[in-house]
Design a binder for this molecule. Structure first.
Ligand code: NAD
Length: 426
């Protein structure tokens, strides 16, 4: 942990956490532990970031973190009013990293209290929720952002660069897979897994990658999946999902993408979290494979469980730097730091009369702004609705996006009229 700079004239941005689970340990904790030592931004100058408190279900993990790190002062809030209490304790921004069906309420409270908010993916589960949060953020003059750290993965940045520069032209189709180990569904998320699916949890990374990298207009969503391992084979909890999206581009040409996800892969599978993508263009093919980035590690009695066999050293690795300092770095941490810099730019990047302009500039960044997450949230909402119908015996639904019936129209086999999930334009 960095030592805070003692100069009281250095401005401090105080952050609050909602949820202190796995993603907190992997990305937010290393970010806060480094940023308390100070960050420098050309526009905002030198500033510090502090973790001022947390709102969690029981307060146990926050207490354990506080005693492990000695961080003080720190507000540990639990129970019904935890988020409101955290907001009242005087923070500048709120990080929402609770289970995905709890994001909306915490984010709403944060924005209404006039705090900048960053939400873990998937941002929210419906377009109605997104509309409300985006409108509230505008009214309250704050940033409402979403974490999609895979957009900062150097491989994905390279893909987008090649597309933007016209080196790769017109994507026609592609597939993505992300397979999580059984320990995720079986123990890590056991307390909130009932009724959930791995598509909302991880396909969403690729929904954003496809939407952000290739642009275009989402036309339809279909999905199926399997049950029987995490929960009963006729219940609402999914082991694996296969999602298909169709997009249309300005040229009138279409592309289709298949995204397969699971959270029941054996724990000793060497990929651990296995990620693979392939995109086919008019003039090329992009193949990405997390296990083939180059490193394979074997340590007797320690891999593949305690240490991973194929390590992702780009996401949030722990390192001994060549100058002998210990560090944790990677794109999972960089994405949170980037948000803190955006907040600092708005609040500290110039005189008060320029704040609205700085806010508009940061809100226009479509890689992370909530208002730019419409097609991703539409796909998540469609997928969840299709799976919910499947779970009650009506499988093989298809959601048409912005068709003649409205924004999101769910068609089920044997029914002539669609069920409307969202009437407005997506
Ligand atoms: N960016 C990524 O790759 C990535 C990876 C993992 C998780 N996530 C996202 O982060 C979020 C949390 O996932 P996780 O892996 O940390 O889960 P987790 O189960 O490890 O932790 C959840 C945390 O939320 C707290 N919590 C539960 N209900 C709450 C409530 N009502 N109010 C406040 N806190 C509550 C729990 O106490 C726990 O601290 C999810 O949205 C998930 O999709 C993102």
């Amino acid at each position: 942990m960095s030592t805070p700079l003692s100069d009281a004239t250095i401005p401090v941005l105080r952050g609050g956490m909602v949820g202190m689970g796995m993603i907190f340990d992997e990305t937010y904790a290393p970010f806060f532990e480094t940023a308390r030592g100070g960050l420098y931004d050309a526009a905002a100058g030198l500033f510090r970031v502090e973790l001022a408190g947390a709102a969690t279900r029981t307060g146990d993990r926050a207490a354990a973190y506080q005693s492990r790190t000695g961080i003080s002062p720190f507000g540990n809030f639990a129970g019904e009013s935890a988020v409101a209490d955290l907001l009242a304790s005087g923070i500048d921004f709120l990080c929402v990293a609770s289970p995905d069906d709890k994001h909306f309420e915490a984010a709403r409270l944060g924005i209404e209290a006039g705090r900048h908010v960053i939400i873990e993916k998937p941002s929210v589960l419906s377009l109605d929720e997104l509309d409300q949060l985006a409108a509230l953020a505008r009214e309250n003059g704050v940033l409402a952002k979403v974490v999609y750290h895979k957009l900062l993965d150097p491989d994905h940045k390279k893909l987008r660069t090649l597309v933007q520069d016209g080196v790769l032209s017109h994507v026609n189709n592609g597939y993505c897979t992300l397979l999580e180990p059984k320990s995720i569904s079986g123990s890590q998320f056991a307390s909130w897994i009932t009724g959930r699916n791995p598509g909302t949890y991880v396909a969403v990374h690729y929904l954003k990658l496809i939407d952000f990298t290739f642009g275009g207009r989402l036309k339809s969503v279909s999905c199926t999946g399997q049950r029987g391992l995490v929960g009963p084979s006729d219940g609402p909890t999914w082991d694996s999902t296969q999602l298909r999206l169709v997009y249309e581009y300005e040229s009138g040409r279409e592309a289709a993408f298949d995204i397969h996800t699971s959270w029941v892969t054996p724990d000793n599978f060497p990929g651990y979290v296995e990620q693979e993508v392939q995109f086919r263009f008019d003039n090329g093919v992009w193949n990405g494979h997390s296990r083939k980035r180059g490193v394979e590690l074997t340590v007797e009695d320690r891999t593949p469980h305690e240490l991973k066999t194929t390590i992702n050293n780009h996401y949030n690795g722990s390192f001994l730097e060549p100058w002998n300092a210990r560090s944790r770095r990677g794109y999972g941490i960089e994405v949170i730091e980037r948000f803190a810099r955006e907040v600092a730019y708005v609040e500290l990047g110039g005189p008060e009369e320029g704040r609205a302009g700085r806010l508009a500039e940061m809100a226009a960044l479509d890689y992370n702004d909530l208002a730019a997450d419409r097609q991703v949230v539409a796909a998540v909402q469609a997928m969840e609705a299709i799976l919910a119908k499947h779970a009650v015996g009506e499988p093989n639904g298809l959601v048409e996006v912005n068709g003649k019936h409205g924004g999101l129209a769910l068609f089920l086999p044997g029914k002539s009229e669609p069920e409307m999930l969202y009437q407005g334009t997506v």
